[in-house]
Write a protein that binds this ligand. Structure first.
Ligand code: NPG
Length: 377
């Protein structure tokens, strides 16, 4: 691992876990359900030099992935945090190895890993972007638009985001809400950068319908089939002109390598939570860059903590497509950081302060907390 990604060891005194419930500005509907509140776990890593912050991107229910709030809380409190507390002093890069004995639970592990990295970097005075190898000071901002009442309503909502300056639109699709929605947006806004996300809602039997999307010149179709459908994705990808992008299927750098070898997709959505952390995310980035595969940074309705981390990740050179890194206000009226991400000329700034470069709004954190526990050695 390059020297830039080696941080000084931390001494972990305690881990504080909180479940937050933060209201969304508007309901967010995907093929797997409608969210009106973002339930999220915020992790604080306490060290003698101060606190570091992380976020576990699980949802309240296991609809996007098998992990969910209660499973992540349980594994963090019983196994993951105790394993790090037991080790006491370690470098952030040792975290994946210490946690390796515990199978799966990648989102839970990623949140704690981020808190440890943030604590280490704040102590050093180095930014997360510098640590990861960011090469840009701002990243292009795409927006993910949920399924609306009908195609006309979708066109209205998309128009609003384009007016705000978002440089790429992603619309959610599901069977019965695909061709007409996509056609409406394409017709209303001409050649805007447009992509669709199915969140695993289709099977190979739907290949004819999905092939009809080819006429809309989409940047990509994201995760049409199930998480473990790598072979079916390869069959589908061979039939479509639209590039297939994988999200849910890419649970690790190994899964990414396998998917590319099989031809399951030609673009990868990198989400640090889904693959177990930002260090693994860099590994996926490096692998794809070497293979000439485009990647982009996905989003999971992050609070200001994860949003800052994602902006830094997306500033790595291989992130050649706009990510789902929108302004905080796209989802939240009140974020839990003092300076939430804003949209500036279609871009979001990569924070430059120590660690994640954002400060926690203690009052907001308190207000949204519905459960908390502090774990010590
Ligand atoms: O901008 O943070 C964002 C949301 C982007 O659509 C988005 N995320 O499938 O990629 C996805 C989807 C998602 C959100 C999935 C939350 C699971 C949970």
């Amino acid at each position: 691992m390059p020297l830039t990604r080696a941080a000084a060891p931390v001494t972990l005194d305690a881990v504080e876990l909180r479940v937050l419930q933060i209201p969304l500005v508007s309901p967010f509907t995907t093929s797997f359900g409608t969210e009106t509140v973002r339930e999220v776990i915020v992790v604080a890593a306490e060290t003698p030099d101060g606190r570091g912050w992380g976020e576990v991107v699980t949802m309240a229910a296991p609809l996007y992935s098998s992990e969910y709030t209660a499973s992540a809380w349980d594994v963090l409190a019983r196994y993951v945090a105790p394993a790090l507390l037991e080790r006491r002093a370690f470098a952030p890069e040792e975290v994946p190895g210490i946690l390796r004995p515990f199978v799966g639970h990648r989102m839970a592990k990623a949140g704690l890993e981020l808190a440890v990295i943030d604590a280490a970097l704040r102590a050093e005075g180095r930014s997360f972007g510098q640590y990861l190898g960011a090469e840009k000071d701002r990243v292009p901002s795409g927006v993910s638009v949920g399924i609306q009442r009908d195609p006309a309503a979708l066109v209205d909502v998309v128009g609003g985001y384009l007016d705000e300056g978002y440089v790429r639109i992603k619309i959610k699709i599901k069977p019965g809400r695909d061709l007409a929605d996509t056609a409406a947006v394409r017709e209303a806004f001409g050649s805007i950068p447009l992509q669709v996300d199915a969140n695993s809602a289709y099977t190979l039997q739907d290949a004819d319908t999905l092939a009809e999307l080819d006429r809309f010149d989409l940047l990509l179709i994201e995760q049409p089939l199930q998480e473990d459908d790598l072979v079916d994705h390869a069959t589908l990808a061979a039939r479509l002109r639209t590039p297939v992008c994988l999200d849910e299927s890419i649970v690790s750098a190994k899964a990414a390598a396998d998917a590319l070898a099989l031809g399951s997709g030609s673009i990868i959505n990198v989400k640090a939570g889904r693959i177990g952390g930002y260090l693994e995310a860099v590994a996926v980035h490096d692998l794809c860059r070497d293979a000439g595969i485009a990647v982009w940074c996905g989003g999971m309705l992050e609070t200001g903590i994860g949003r800052a981390a994602n902006a830094a990740l997306a500033a790595l050179p291989g992130f050649t497509l706009p990510g789902d890194i929108s302004a905080s206000a796209r989802f939240y009226e009140h974020d839990i950081v003092t300076e939430p991400a804003v949209l500036d000329d279609g871009h979001v700034r990569v924070p430059t302060g120590p660690g994640l470069g954002v400060e926690i709004d203690a009052a907001a954190l308190e207000r949204f907390t519905v459960r908390r526990e502090r774990l010590t050695r």
